[in-house]
Design a protein around this ligand. Structure first.
Ligand SMILES: [Zn+2]
Length: 69
């Protein structure tokens, strides 16, 4: 049984499996779009170094996905 979620950026269905590297997004582009929004809205005030935060977040997300599996 496969859980399917909607890509938060474009609303396309995404299978919640380890192979979906960008889940809950359907692709890297949608993920970066959403991440960009998040950094812009939430972290611009307290953390001006957006690039480093972005990389950390991407790595953490990968680890978490594997643990969940
Ligand atoms: Zn998408």
């Amino acid at each position: 049984m496969t859980t399917t979620v909607k890509c938060p950026t474009c609303q396309r269905p995404v299978s919640w499996v380890p192979e979906s590297r960008y889940k809950p997004f359907c692709c890297e582009r949608c993920r970066l779009i959403d991440l960009g929004d998040w950094l812009d809205e939430t972290h611009r005030i307290s953390e001006p170094a957006g690039d480093e935060i972005g990389r950390d977040w991407l790595e953490q997300d990968t680890d978490e996905a594997e643990r969940r599996h």
